[in-house]
Every structure is written in structure tokens, then in C-alpha cells.
Design a protein around this ligand. Structure first.
Ligand code: ADP
Length: 453
């Protein structure tokens, strides 16, 4: 109210001064005219007071509106900044001040770039140049310093406004998206980890699957191979049966016929020789059949290892005895043993191995054969050496293949199965075989296998 009186008083003084200036033009008034003038003046005064009142109300409304807009500006949920073309802060709302941790009085007029690192201020500079040149501002993110400590990530949107009576300004809204970005980064990390895990899982699964497929393929090809093996065996059996088995059968048949004749002639003393020939032919015959049977069993994988403890010397001697019927005239087998006596092995398989190697040594040589065994805590070594035909160099690498026969062995009866059977048995027993040979001089086959469980 005091303000209002003051304003009225000032207006009154100004009006009186103006009136004094205009005094000389005032006409002389009659009483009547003066009364009318008084009336006019009173009406004017009332009008003026009414106008005055209205003006005051308008002023109040304006002040209210201004307060409302200040409130809107200052306490908006986003920061507002108004920059001039030089990037100086012309105005800033309280939200932005709080974000930057400083007072409005300390910010106004300062360059906005002062609140960020030099790299970031370069980005701001480019943004402002583009904004004032083209009126275009692409939203961008800047790291803005907080006067207390650290920085915050500000997402900035802006527009440039131009007016006729003022220089253009750039209005920016500033949103603190630090937490949002952190959360996004965490979410991303989480997703990445999940993807990594999925990848790991997929890789592991793929590997497992691959291993499974490989195993199945192997099983299948083994099954096919064994099927193929069995088929091969069958056709080989037919071939060999027609050649190899015919020989002992012919020998048996001719010997029987001869025995009959010798009986008729009363030459009983000559019969024994033919009985021996029959025995040897039968032995040969059964050997071939046994080879086929044991190879077929090995192929089908139905052979199981059955280990037992036994005396190796006794075992070798009895095996040699069994083979003696095959020995040629003046052919002997010598046997030598070193080390421990007891061994834990599968006797059936070991007998098969020894018989095959001994049969070859007998077959492919005419001279004596030397058998040696040696037992250590862990290993049984046995070698069978002959002074026979030896093995040609080019045939040596194929020796353990089924049905393979060296070219110098063609005149000897055989199926080419013995050594492959020996090798398969040794595989099952965890052993191995090697040989030394010289063409025309002889061969020594050596086997090595565990001597205990
Ligand atoms: P087979 O004796 O029935 O032909 P094996 O599988 O036992 O079949 O032997 C394969 C081949 O190895 C023989 O055909 C022969 O060429 C060669 N061989 C094996 N043992 C000897 C040996 N002691 N001396 C010379 N050659 C041998």
C-alpha cells in the first residue's frame, strides 16, 4: 500500500508540472462552465481510478504468471541452459545448477565448456557451431563436471531460437543419465555373460554331440568293418578251403588208399609211415580251421581275456611237445628261460600265439629252432628264432595283414592268417610283437607282454 501511495504521489507531481505548462491556454470560465468542468473532472478522476485499479490487477496477474513460469523453469525435472553463440551460459535453471553442484550466480556468464574435459568441450563446440549454422542439434551425451566431485553423464537435447530484436540463443535441456547408463551397462554385461554362457553351453553341447557322432560313426564303421571282415573271411575261407584244405584231404585219402594196398600186400611195417602222414595232414587241416575260427571270434569281439597264474617253463615245454609232430628230420627245438617262473596271463591265447610262431619257424626252416623266455617283475619276453628262408624286405611291412603271404612263402602251405591272429591276441593282452629277419638266413619273432596283473 505504501508503494501505491508513493506511485500516486509521483504521478500527481508529474501531472501538476504538466498542468502548469499548459496554464496559459486555459480560457476564463463562467460559473456555469466551471461547474460543468468540475463535473467532467470528477468523472475523469473516477474513470482514471478505475483504470488504475484494472492496471494494478493486470500487474498482479502478470507477477503471478511470472512466478509460475519461474517455478516451471527452475524446478523442472530436467536442467535447462541458455547459451549464446559463444557458448556462454546466459541462464540456467536450478535443476541444472544442482546437477553441476554450483550456484546460479557462479555459473551465469561463464562458458559451458568450462564444466567438462577438453575432449568433451570439443564436442560441445562442434555441436554449437552446427546448431547456430543449421539450427540442427542432434541429441548427444557429455560428461559434465560436478563441482563437488566426479562427473555425470548428461543427455543433451537442444534448439536454437532466433528473434528479430535479440541475438539467437541455444536452449539446452540436460538430463542426468548416469544411473541409467550404468544400469544399461550392467544389463549389457549380464546379456554378454548370458550369451557367453550360452555359447559355452552350445560349444560344450556341440563338442559332446560331435564326440557322440564320432563314436557312433566309429561303432558303425567298426560294425561294417567287422561285417566286411566276416564276409571277407567267408570268401577267403572258400578260396583257401579249395586250395589249402584240399592238400591235407588228398594226403589223407591217398594214405588211406595206400594203407589198404599195403594191408592187402601184407607190408604192415610200412603202414606206420602213412599213419604219421595222415596224422600230420589232420593236424594241418584242423590248424587251418582253428585259424579261421579264432580269427572270426576275434573279429566279432567275442573273445574275452581270462588271466591265471602259471609256470611259464612248464607251459612252453608242453606247447613245444605238442608241435613236435610237425618237426622235420633233424630239426629240434631248444628252450631257454631266464628270471622268474610264474606269470599271470591268459594261457589259451598265449598257447595260440606260441603255436603259431612255432609252426611258422618249423614250416619256414629246416634247422633247429631256439625258444627263449624271460620274466621280470612286470614283463614276459619270449622269442622264437629260426635259420629259415627269412622275409624279403618289401614284404616285411605287410606281414601282419590278414591273408598276406611273402612272395618266398608261396611254396609252403599256409593261409596268411597266423600272424594277424597273433597280433590281435597280443592287442587284447596288452602286448606287442616285433621281428628281425634276414633273407635266406632266418627270422626271430619276439613278443612282449605284461607278466602280472
Ligand atoms: P602263413 O604262414 O599261413 O602264410 P602267417 O600269417 O603265419 O601265415 O605268416 C604270414 C607270412 O609271413 C607268411 O606267409 C610268410 O611269408 C611270413 N613268415 C611268417 N613267419 C615266418 C618265418 N618264421 N620265416 C619266414 N617267413 C615267415
Amino acid at each position: 500500500m505504501a508503494d501505491e501511495n508513493q506511485i500516486n504521489h509521483e504521478l500527481r507531481s508529474k501531472a501538476e508540472a504538466k498542468a502548469r505548462k499548459q496554464k496559459h491556454s486555459r480560457p476564463d470560465l463562467s460559473m456555469e462552465n466551471a461547474k460543468m468542468l468540475m463535473h467532467e473532472l470528477e468523472v475523469h478522476q473516477i474513470e482514471l481510478e478505475m483504470q488504475n485499479q484494472e492496471l494494478r490487477e493486470v500487474q498482479h496477474r502478470l507477477e503471478d504468471a511470472r512466478d509460475r513460469y519461474t517455478d516451471l523453469f527452475d524446478f523442472a525435472p530436467v536442467g535447462y541452459l541458455i547459451l549464446n553463440e559463444k557458448g556462454l551460459i546466459q541462464n540456467i535453471n536450478l535443476t541444472a545448477c544442482t546437477m553441476m553442484g554450483t550456484d546460479r550466480s557462479q555459473i551465469k556468464g561463464k562458458p559451458f565448456s568450462g564444466f567438462m574435459s577438453s575432449g568433451e568441450s570439443g564436442t560441445l563446440f562442434l555441436m554449437l557451431r552446427e546448431a547456430f549454422e543449421n539450427g540442427m542439434i542432434n541429441p548427444l551425451e557429455l560428461q559434465i563436471k560436478h563441482s563437488g566431485s566426479g562427473t555425470f553423464t548428461a543427455l543433451i537435447h537442444g534448439t536454437v531460437t532466433e528473434s528479430d530484436h535479440a541475438a539467437p540463443v541455444c536452449r539446452l535441456s540436460v538430463q542426468d543419465v548416469t544411473e541409467l547408463r550404468k544400469t544399461e551397462a550392467l544389463q549389457q554385461r549380464h546379456l554378454d555373460l548370458q550369451k557367453e554362457k550360452e555359447k559355452e553351453y552350445t560349444q560344450k553341447y556341440t563338442q559332446e554331440l560331435e564326440a557322440l557322432v564320432k563314436k557312433r560313426t566309429q561303432d558303425l564303421s567298426e560294425a561294417l568293418e567287422s561285417e566286411k571282415g566276416v564276409n571277407e573271411m567267408k570268401s577267403a575261407f572258400i578260396t583257401i578251403a579249395s586250395h589249402e584244405l584240399r592238400t591235407p584231404v588228398t594226403i589223407i585219402m591217398s594214405s588211406i588208399t595206400l594203407i589198404d594196398r599195403l594191408k592187402e600186400l601184407g607190408h604192415y611195417d610200412k603202414i606206420d609211415r602213412h599213419i604219421d602222414r595222415i596224422k600230420s595232414a589232420v593236424h594241418n587241416f584242423t590248424n587251418i580251421l582253428e585259424d579261421f575260427l579264432s580269427l572270426e571270434k576275434l573279429e566279432k569281439g567275442v573273445v574275452r581275456v581270462k588271466k591265471e597264474t602259471f609256470d611259464v617253463q612248464e607251459f612252453v615245454r608242453s606247447t613245444i611237445e605238442e608241435m613236435e609232430g610237425m618237426l622235420k628230420t633233424d630239426q629240434h627245438i631248444t628252450y631257454n628261460h631266464e628270471g622268474k617262473i610264474q606269470v599271470v596271463q591268459d594261457t589259451k591265447m598265449l598257447r595260440n600265439i606260441f603255436s603259431n610262431l612255432l609252426a611258422n619257424a618249423i614250416k619256414y626252416s629246416d634247422a633247429d629252432i631256439a625258444v627263449q623266455t624271460q620274466i621280470t617283475d612286470t614283463q614276459l619276453t619270449a622269442s622264437i628264432g629260426d635259420h629259415g628262408i627269412g622275409i624279403p624286405e618289401e614284404d616285411r611291412e605287410h606281414l601282419f595283414q590278414r591273408f598276406f603271404r611273402a612272395k618266398n612263402a608261396k611254396d609252403f602251405q599256409g593261409t596268411g592268417l597266423g600272424l594277424s591272429i597273433v597280433e590281435r591276441h597280443l592287442d587284447l593282452l596288452g602286448g606287442s610283437i616285433s621281428f628281425e629277419t634276414e633273407l635266406g638266413q632266418g627270422s626271430t619273432f619276439t613278443i612282449e607282454l605284461p607278466s602280472s596283473v
